[in-house]
Design a protein around this ligand. Structure first.
Ligand SMILES: Cc1ncc(COP(=O)(O)O)c(C=O)c1O
Length: 458
């Protein structure tokens, strides 16, 4: 994503003109937060919209404009905003108390539905965020194997803790990002996404690898796709060298299918990290996996097996309100076709957008799997046919590359036309996106393309 200032243009001015209240709040925010925001993905030049409320697949800004929403709570809201059963569960839990500092029934119900859905959830430990979950997963893997290093794949995202910063959107050579210890960065072996030969080579040469972690449908929910064959090969290779395989299902869990990517592809990791949909739109996450590995957290089992117990605190672990929301959301996902609905919309949306790009002669392609979509904006000006575009033949760096400034202008134009897409550019889809949202999205892209054409931005 370009960090260059955005020059004034008709799109920028039209956006400013209709978002005056957001502009005023952004002015306040600039005095309070770095860049006026509280999450890097919310960064938009000249400023993002401030949202007042949301319902279903839509949200409304403080200037009164309505948007089809593809942020979906950063992917947490497979059931859309304000699902009534989730809200009822939250209200009931709130009335009982927001925090007991004790065990409670909600965490048992939450764990039970996770165990019914996720094939490898033999044991669980709840955390407050996905970042904490991947952090804990690495520690568990190191403690279990007695080894130090971890294989990650370039461009895969696993949260923002120190082990996960190099190689995601910068420092592809593995050097530490600002503020991270060199020794921590050196404990990570970064490999090209989807390259099983590279994995096999490292595993055969380096006996200090504790774990391999990846996003199981590819970096950025399939922006850089990998397939089931790669996952099976990875399972085989890690098993051969007694290396812990970690699926980071923070996005894919309960979304790709009720049992996540591991159920869909029928590949069983040793550890899985979960967040987002897990907690029904409230904060919450978990590490789940084999009893053998999670026993390192057990006051009795760890010393009984000659291991040191891993300490793990966390004020908001299994917060009762999050647990109630998560239980309600996962129960709906368990008993309905919510995942299928969202996935089917994804197929329709990607197809319709590619028809539009072909019709308008725009050298872009909409691609993705399951309930995600990505717009390939073709920074290298390849000669492509959107309707037969195959992202697997394009290098991961090119898939992530966008012409300077284009993403911001595209997002502004889409907002002007009533649709909020993410900064990839792309989005995640919910089970309550309907044909009305789909038609509105296609129309918004059509109009946005005209606006971008008229200022020579594409
Ligand atoms: C694949 C993946 N792993 C981990 C995380 C980190 O989760 P959290 O934002 O809850 O810390 C994210 C967040 O977007 C993610 O997409």
């Amino acid at each position: 994503m370009s960090r260059a200032p955005l020059e004034s243009s008709p799109i920028v001015e039209a956006y400013r003109a209709r978002t005056r209240e957001s502009a005023a709040l952004a002015g306040n925010a600039a005095a309070q937060f770095p860049s006026g925001i509280t999450h890097d993905s919310r960064h938009l030049r000249p400023y993002g919209v401030f949202v007042d409320h949301a319902q279903g697949a839509r949200k409304w800004d403080v200037d009164g404009h309505e948007y089809v929403d593809y942020f979906g709570g950063h992917g947490a809201l497979l059931l859309g905003h304000g699902n009534p059963e989730v809200l009822t569960a939250v209200h009931e839990a709130l009335n009982q108390g927001t925090h007991f500092g004790s065990s409670h029934r909600h965490e048992l119900a939450w764990a039970s539905v996770v165990q019914r859905l996720i094939p490898t959830a033999d044991r669980l430990r709840f955390t407050a965020s996905g970042t904490e979950a991947t952090h804990l997963a690495l520690r568990l893997a190191r403690a279990f194997t007695g080894r130090n290093k971890v294989i990650r794949f370039l461009s895969n995202f696993h949260g923002w803790h120190d082990h996960m910063t190099s190689g995601y959107s910068s420092h592809y050579d593995g050097s530490p990002t600002s503020g991270v210890l060199t020794s921590v960065a050196e404990s990570i072996v970064l490999l090209p996404p989807g390259d099983i030969d590279a994995v096999r080579h490292v595993l055969s040469e380096d006996s200090d690898i504790a774990a391999v972690i990846l996003e199981p449908t590819g970096a950025g929910f399939g922006m850089v796709p990998v397939d089931g064959k790669f996952l099976s090969a990875l399972r085989e290779a890690t098993e051969q060298y007694d290396v812990v395989l970690i699926f980071d299902e923070v996005v894919t869990g309960f979304r790709v299918s009720p049992g996540g990517a591991q159920a869909h592809f029928d590949v069983r990791p040793d550890l899985t990290t979960l967040a987002k949909i897990l907690a029904g739109g409230l904060p919450g996450a978990a590490v789940v996996g084999s009893r053998e590995i999670l026993d390192a957290l057990d006051f009795d089992a760890a010393p009984a097996s000659g291991r040191e117990k891993i300490q793990h605190q966390g004020t908001y672990n299994a917060n009762p309100v999050s647990a109630a929301a998560g239980t309600a959301a996962l129960s709906i996902i368990e008993t309905t076709d919510a995942c299928q609905q969202a996935n089917a919309y994804g197929v329709r949306l990607r197809g319709r957008l590619n028809q539009l790009f072909a019709e308008k002669d725009v050298p872009w392609a909409a691609y993705g799997t399951f309930s995600g979509f990505h717009i390939f904006t073709n920074a290298n000006s390849r000669n492509i046919d959107p309707e037969t575009f195959d992202p697997t033949v394009i290098d991961w760096q090119e898939l992530k590359k966008n012409p300077a400034g284009l993403t911001h202008k595209l997002r502004l134009a889409m907002l002007i036309n009533g649709v909020d897409i993410t900064d990839w550019p792309g989005g995640t889809i919910s089970a309550v996106h309907t044909d009305a949202e789909l038609e509105q999205t296609v129309d918004a892209f059509r109009e946005s393309i005209s606006m971008l054409h008229s200022e020579d931005a594409i």
